[in-house]
Write a protein that binds this ligand. Structure first.
Ligand code: NAP
Length: 276
């Protein structure tokens, strides 16, 4: 980074635990440099339980904004003065904007996911989509797919968690992996929003049922190809990993903080360099 940090430099940051592995500093510092902005992005390790205090400190320290990752997204939603409708529905904030001392919170993961899907040529409106998992990423994706006009089915380990996630999208269904074969065999789009595959594990269902699917997106981006994606590719099903979602959620946060159009390809290049 050639940027000289001065007293006037604006600071944005990510808080999380762990946070040392985060790609966000590389992505955002590349974007600030590309637009010649006197901004810098740093990572603050913040322990579980300290999330609300850390978010509230944004105004005292004059930070421009925050990205928020595990385990602080719910705390951030509580700490903000105002939140977007989608952040309110999810009770989760991954982007905080300091608007002259008023903390505004949003959740950009779901919209980032939908933009990534569209970028791959897969329009979710009117399509049936199975979302695997019912955690933070899955819930954001379910909400965004519902808002984009998709018919959503949530498949998770626990029925009650699947139902809670399904409540975020109009008319969404919920089931467990044990009963998911009829769903997985008939949906147009399959989205993995579980960590399964990060260590090379096979998906928790037989990937041969994917023959009807028109697109498979795995939110994992490291490794670049999970066993689920390898199975989809072997069957000739168009597919993508989570890099596009990572880049688009970051671009949406960048635009909220700076009010400028995000340099998407610069951010993609930085994300790719960090994940390879
Ligand atoms: P999370 O809140 O901990 O949720 C994880 C979900 O996966 C839960 O529903 C969990 O079920 C389920 N799960 C865990 N292990 C499983 C297994 N062996 N079999 C079946 N289901 C399993 O985590 P998250 O924040 O949603 O993140 C999930 C994944 O999304 C991450 O690993 C990451 O790769 C990806 N992600 C990508 C992006 C991106 O920008 N590309 C952004 C965020 C997340 P239980 O509740 O039953 O444990």
């Amino acid at each position: 980074m050639n940027h000289v940090v001065r007293g006037s430099t604006r600071v944005a940051a990510i808080i999380g635990d762990p946070v040392a592995h985060s790609r966000s500093p590389a992505i955002h510092n590349a974007a600030f440099a590309a637009l010649d902005l006197d901004w810098v992005f740093v990572a603050f390790p913040v322990r579980a339980g300290d999330g609300e205090r850390a978010v509230r400190a944004t105004t005292a320290l004059g930070l421009a904004g925050l990205n928020v990752t595990m385990p602080h997204k719910a705390d951030a939603a509580r700490a903000c003065d105002e939140v977007s409708p989608r952040a309110a529905a999810l009770q989760s904030v991954n982007t905080v904007v300091n608007r002259d001392g008023v903390l505004y919170g949003d959740s950009t993961d779901g919209e980032g996911f939908v933009r990534a899907l569209r970028e791959e040529g897969c329009e979710p409106s009117g399509r049936s989509c199975a979302v695997l998992g019912a955690g933070g990423a899955a819930r954001a994706i379910v909400e965004a797919l519902g808002a984009a006009g998709a018919r959503v089915s949530v498949v998770a380990r626990r029925q009650e968690a699947a139902e809670a996630a399904a409540a975020l999208a109009p008319g969404a269904g919920a089931t467990t992996f044990d009963h998911a074969l009829p769903v997985l065999a008939t949906v147009d789009v399959v989205v993995n929003a579980t960590p399964v595959g990060m260590r090379g594990e096979p998906p928790p269902f037989d990937p041969r049922v994917l023959d009807a699917a028109q697109f498979v997106l795995d939110t994992i981006y490291h490794p670049a190809e999970t066993p689920l994606l390898a199975a989809a590719r072997a069957r000739g099903i168009p597919c993508a990993n989570g890099l596009g979602m990572l880049v688009h959620q970051a671009a949406l946060a960048f635009e909220l903080w700076t009010g400028k159009s995000a340099p998407l390809e610069v951010m993609r290049g930085a994300a790719r360099a960090e994940t390879s």
